[in-house]
Design a protein around this ligand. Structure first.
Ligand code: IMP
Length: 430
């Protein structure tokens, strides 16, 4: 029995982790968001209704699950309240089922202004951030000047800290970026209003998780973004500002590594990337248009068109290694249903060498050309298939090839956006 499961993206995000977290949550007691913020966009389809969550753990759509936003997350209280209201409207009630770490850092309006102002100044060298203030909020955390969720409980302290940090940001926004300044009193008023809504949720989430592990409750740790966007191991500087690899679970929750039983890497059957930065298997031809359209590859947070490409086996091996992955879950297999042939990158051609194993963090990826193996497509509908035996032979072959490249088994396959369009290849719960 796998008690504690980590679910991570192996690519540049948007692998469909939200659906997988939601699917596995029916077996679990807790679901934890441990890093990132409302830059994430987890799309779920429940009873044909589409729900997009940015901050609230995806598993919370199951009524018996308790959701945790732990210390590693950067929290925009206004976005959180918006999401709580949206769920209420859709008849999902989270009262006494969502807890937020008092140690999580806050994202405040000036972080968003700074993120946007910096991206504008960078011009063609922009990172292509989601404009949600993620980078500046994590900078404040590391610089030890963050306002944290726990600060909301002490109005006087909050006011003093807020005035100081607003002065710090105003100086830069006005003089360097010729932007408008913020009035800390306006931000304070909003914070106090939102705090009243979430007051009961603010707590020491370390203790909740410690007790849960002691009592052998099943916990899912829900990754956001993907391993190749990790601040340390991703395609720097075109990355997000948190650790989206497995290390982020440890620092972002206070749970030790020995408590993690199973680490599932979610991999789209092809590749996508939003924002700028290297993408060795990127496509610019009619297959790009096909994947965009069939896969509905538009960002769920920003609506931007995602860049598309073939599955990158070198990057996949790197993610397996970075995260000690136990197994893979392949998503969006059905998107490939109408392709005559499917390619997988098995190595990078460097100037004089073939690279099968390489770090994508500091390599000069622009000089690497993908080397492909070509597989026949299946040209049959797989969408909605629920058993591995029912997949076309060529699709099974494609899955086997991914297993061989990654060196780990494929335990799950997703064949459509609905919760039920899922193949459990191996019973994870034995
Ligand atoms: P930031 O996280 O908003 O600072 O953006 C940094 C990079 O990560 C940009 O390329 C974003 O497009 C990308 N990014 C951030 N969150 C996600 C996500 O949830 N899915 C895919 N890409 C993301």
């Amino acid at each position: 029995m796998k008690q504690n499961i980590v679910i991570l993206g192996t690519q540049w995000g948007d692998e469909g982790k939200g659906k997988i977290v939601d699917y596995l949550s029916k077996y679990s007691s807790y679901v934890v968001r441990f890093h990132g913020g409302h830059n994430a966009g987890h799309t779920l389809v429940v009873d044909q209704k589409k729900i997009v969550l940015h901050l609230i753990p995806s598993g919370l759509l199951h009524p018996n699950v308790i959701g945790i936003i732990s210390n590693g997350v950067v929290v925009s209280i206004s976005e959180l309240v918006k999401e709580i209201e949206m769920l209420k409207k859709n008849n999902f009630f989270i009262h006494q089922r969502l807890f937020i770490s008092d140690s999580a850092s806050l994202i405040l309006p000036f972080h968003i202004a700074m993120d946007i102002a910096r991206e504008k100044t960078l011009g063609i060298n922009a990172i292509g951030t989601t404009g949600r203030g993620i980078g500046p909020a994590y900078e404040d955390k590391i610089a030890r000047r963050s306002l944290r969720v726990g600060d909301l409980k002490n109005e006087k302290k909050l006011s003093l800290k807020l005035e100081k940090i607003v002065n710090y940001y105003n100086a830069q926004l006005v003089s360097i970026y010729k932007d408008k300044s913020f009035d800390y009193k306006v931000i304070l008023k909003d914070l106090l209003k939102f705090k009243n809504i979430i007051n009961d949720m603010i707590t020491d989430t370390n203790i909740i998780l410690y007790e849960a592990i002691k009592n052998k409750k099943m916990i899912i740790f829900e990754g956001a973004q993907g391993s190749l966007l990790d601040i340390d191991h991703g395609t720097y500087p075109y990355v997000t500002s948190s650790n989206s690899t497995v290390g982020g679970v440890i620092t972002g929750t206070g749970v030790g590594p020995k408590s993690l039983d199973y680490i599932l890497g979610v991999t789209k059957a092809y590749s996508t990337r939003v924002g700028n930065g290297p993408f060795p298997t990127e496509l610019f031809d009619e297959t790009d248009s096909y994947l965009s359209k069939e896969g509905n590859e538009f960002g769920s947070t920003t609506g931007r068109k995602r860049r598309t490409g073939w599955l990158d086996g070198v990057a996949l091996r790197y993610s397996v290694q970075l995260n000690s992955l136990s197994a893979l879950c392949i998503t969006k297999l059905d998107v490939l249903d109408n392709l005559k042939e499917i390619k997988i990158c098995i190595a990078y051609q460097n100037i004089n060498t073939l690279e099968f194993h390489t770090s994508l963090s500091c390599n000069n990826l622009e000089n690497m050309k993908p080397v492909y193996e070509v597989y026949p497509g299946w040209m049959k509908k797989t969408s909605g298939i629920k058993k591995i035996e029912d997949l076309p032979k060529a699709a099974k072959n494609y899955i086997k090839c991914i297993e061989k490249i990654a060196g780990i088994p494929v335990d799950m396959i997703s064949t459509g956006p609905d919760r039920n369009d899922t193949i459990l290849v191996r019973n994870l719960f034995l």
